[in-house]
Structure formats: C-alpha cells, structure tokens
Design a binder for this molecule. Structure first.
Ligand code: 0PR
Length: 429
C-alpha cells in the first residue's frame, strides 16, 4: 500500500483504466445481469451507508425491506403477501443456501436430532399439512426413520439445477440426487419421486433454468412434496421477474400449495443493482424450529437476534430494489419482458436466415443453438470473442451456444452478431 494518500484525480485516472477493461454490457449475451435501472442507482447512492444487518439503526431501510418482500410475494402470487416471510440476500446462491439450510434443520428437528435445543415436539416442525387438501395422503411424521450415520441426507433436484447447489452440497454435507429431464429440459416428476427416500430433506424445482430458461412442472412437484410432506423450494433466481410478466404468465410461486420457499433475484431481470437477491418463505411458521437453530443472540446490536445467514447486509440494495419496483410497477416489468421476448423472436428469425434454429422454442429470453460438437461449439464461442468481441456462453448439458437476451441487447446487435456468426460458420474453421 502507498505510504501517502493519492489525489482524487489520480485515483479516478486509475479507476478509469480499470473500468475501461470491464465490460459495459455492449456485445454481452452471456450474462443474466444487465445495466441497472437509473432509479435503482440513484436510490442505491442515497442509502450507501445503510446496513440492514443492524435494523435498529436503519428503521427506514428495514421498513423498505418489508415492502420489497411484500411486493415480491405479490408477484409470486402469495395468497396473502403480508404473511410471507423473507429478506434480501446477495443473490441466488445465498438464497438457495439458506433455503436448503432450513430444509436440513427441519429434517434434523423432525428426526429428534439431539443438538436441537428447542422444546417443541418434532411433529410440529412439519408444515401445516393438516390444513392442506392432501393432508390425508401425508405420511405420519413418525413413519420417517431417523437418519443413520452411514447415509447422508439428500436433496432431490433436477439435473438442470444451477451449480450453486454443488456448493450447497459441500457446505451442508448433503448428497444431491439429480432427477432426469425430458427433451424440453423440464424435470420428469416420476424421476423426482423415485429418488425420494427416508433421508430426503426436500425438493427443488426451477423456474428459468440457467442453460435453457425452461420451467419445471411445479404443480406436479408440489403434489409430490405434499404427498411426502417435504418442503419444495423454487429457484426462480432468473425466471422470477420473467414468468409472472409474460403475455401468458406462468404459475411459479405460492399459488401452488406445496411451494414453501422461492429465491428470486432483483439483480437479474428485476433491473436492480448487484447484489440484490430475495429469499421468501410462504410463512414464518414453517421456519419456527429451524430458525431457533440459526438464530444467534446479538447483545451489542440494536436487535436481540439475527437469523439471516450473513450479518452485514446492503441497505442500499434494498433501496435500489424498492425504488425500481415502485417506479416500473407491474406494467413496467411487463414491457421489459415483452422487449426481451421480442428480441428472442427476432433472434430466431435471424438464425433461420443462416440455416440455424434454436434447440427449443425459447420459453423465455434464453436461446440455445446447436452449431456442432462440443469442440466446435467452444471454438466458435472463442472466435466470436477473439475476432468480433461477442461474449456468448456454451451450454454443458448439450453442445450448444447459449444466448441470454437481456434488456441491454438491441436488434441491431443481433443482426451484427448473426452476420459475424455466419462469417465464422462459412469459413470452415
Ligand atoms: N439459480 C439460477 C437458476 C441461476 O441462473 C443463478 C445464476 C443462480 C441461482 C445463482 O445466482 P447468483 O449468481 O446471483 O448467486 N446464474 C448466472 C450464471 O451462473 C449468474 C451470472 C450472472 C453469471 C451474470 C454471470 C453473469 O455475468 O450464469
């Protein structure tokens, strides 16, 4: 570190150099993030000092966080948004970690884990199955045996789940049981059900999978979750701000009875700043006992307890998310999604002109295109960047280029990209 401080001009000269090497999203079709909305940036700056990890110092921001949770619960069709329980996180990874942590805790409590120092009975840890239409098919808690040390606890999820779940498996020492997907990359419910055993802590469905943007059959997953009395977490990190705003909106949230939690990222299609994720539970009662395991006393803070995974949390991200949601309203998000879907449509038409077509009819603004083997796909991906400056990604499930049509992309960009892609394909690399 330099001994003496630099002048502001010197620092900003350096910063300009750094930022010149960063992308400004021009020619970027690989990212699920975009340029944040100016309103979000303005609000972010106003609340730059705010830490909702210490809510007593930032009552206003804490109040705003409640509103954000309520607005998002509304988007996710919660029958009573005020009953939803949630908070802002740094993004999809943290939200998924915390959702699965609660599943694991719930299971351990359910099985009478000795380390659990609460006074409630194990049966009360089960979500309110007695109020569900499927209550009669719910197995009694006592029929689920205590996990043996030899068998790891497991999470049942689609093969297409985001890599954040690999981190979760490592962190929480659980096994991932990956269910097969159909030709549209939607999970096959029977495959999910066949993987459930006495060590299963919960199920995951995806609304907008990372590679193809597809959505799993959430209603069927819900039926399975209710049948086995398991929590069902929906990873809507990307799709949460897309599916509800499509011309024909898709059900991905709490109007499906068995859904117990959802992760949804304002810093992706929500047009907020990074880092802004949200984790929402249907209601707090589901968490009661698990929360006791996570909750820590915070004697020197303004609140008595903290039950979030992280301590210090960005109040600025709360303000940014609150502001952009208020500013755009549902109408604004519908326009944003319509713009991206129009790009996806245009992209398909342009692809046809060079004899390519999407692997699937895109459900949302993610398009996968086959151009040959894995090797050829990677070669084209690299050349698109090296020769023309295009950032695109490659799928891993199948050999295909993957394009994310975010709001910063234009039709002019697409035409140019297609002509560069044609030149590469014609050059017989
Ligand atoms: N769940 C799903 C379905 C996701 O697609 C992602 C991220 C996550 C969870 C994790 O979210 P965070 O990265 O916010 O923790 N998907 C993007 C991806 O892996 C994240 C991303 C975004 C990567 C922008 C690069 C980038 O430029 O592609």
């Amino acid at each position: 570190m330099n001994e003496k401080g630099l002048f502001e001009e010197e620092i900003f000269e350096e910063l300009n150099c750094f930022s010149n090497s960063d992308s400004n999203f021009r020619k970027v079709l690989s990212s699920m993030c975009t340029v944040p909305h100016p309103i979000a940036v303005k609000a972010y700056n106003q609340f730059i000092h705010s830490n909702i990890g210490d809510p007593g110092l930032f009552h206003g921001t804490a109040e705003m966080e409640k509103h954000v949770v309520e607005m998002i619960s509304d988007i996710l069709c919660h029958p009573n948004p005020k009953d939803a329980y949630g908070h802002l996180t740094s993004g999809g990874t943290e939200s998924n970690i915390e959702a699965v942590l609660h599943m694991k805790n719930r299971y351990m409590i359910f099985c009478g884990d000795v380390s659990c120092n609460n006074n409630h009975s194990a049966i009360s840890a089960v979500p309110a199955a007695s109020t569900t239409p499927a209550a009669s098919t719910t197995p009694a808690a006592s029929t689920i045996p205590v996990v043996s040390a030899a068998n790891k606890l497991n999470l049942v999820l689609p093969k297409t789940a985001h890599f954040s779940f690999e981190k979760i498996a490592n962190l929480l020492d659980i096994q991932l049981k990956k269910a097969d997907v159909d030709s549209n990359f939607r999970v096959i419910p029977e495959s999910m059900e066949s993987l459930i055993d006495e060590n299963t802590i919960g199920l995951v469905g995806i609304a907008g999978n990372t590679e193809f943007g597809e959505v799993d059959p959430i209603e069927q997953l819900s039926e399975i979750a209710l049948k086995y009395n398991l929590p069902l977490h929906i990873d809507a990190a990307f799709g949460g701000f897309v599916f509800p705003f499509l011309e024909k909106p898709e059900t991905i949230g709490f109007d499906v009875f068995g859904v117990t939690s959802v992760s949804i990222d304002p810093h992706k299609m929500g047009l907020s700043v990074i880092p802004a994720g949200v984790l929402i539970f249907k209601d707090e009662s589901f968490l009661n006992l698990s929360m006791d395991k996570i909750k820590v006393k915070t004697p020197y803070l303004t609140s008595k307890y903290q039950s979030t995974l992280t301590g210090t949390r960005s109040g600025a991200a709360v303000a940014a998310t609150y502001s952009v949601m208020k500013y755009l309203g549902k109408e604004g998000y519908k326009k944003n999604v319509a713009y991206c879907m129009d790009l996806a449509d245009y992209f398909q038409k342009e692809l046809q002109k060079i004899n390519l077509r999407p692997y699937l009819v895109p459900r949302i603004n993610i398009v996968a295109v086959s151009v040959g083997s894995y090797e050829k796909t990677n070669q084209i991906r690299s050349l698109l960047l090296e020769k023309y400056g295009w950032n695109v990604s490659a799928a891993k499930t199948i050999p295909a280029l993957r394009f994310v049509l975010m709001p910063h992309v234009t039709k002019e960009d697409i035409s140019l990209l297609i002509s560069d892609l044609k030149e590469l394909l014609d050059s017989e690399i």
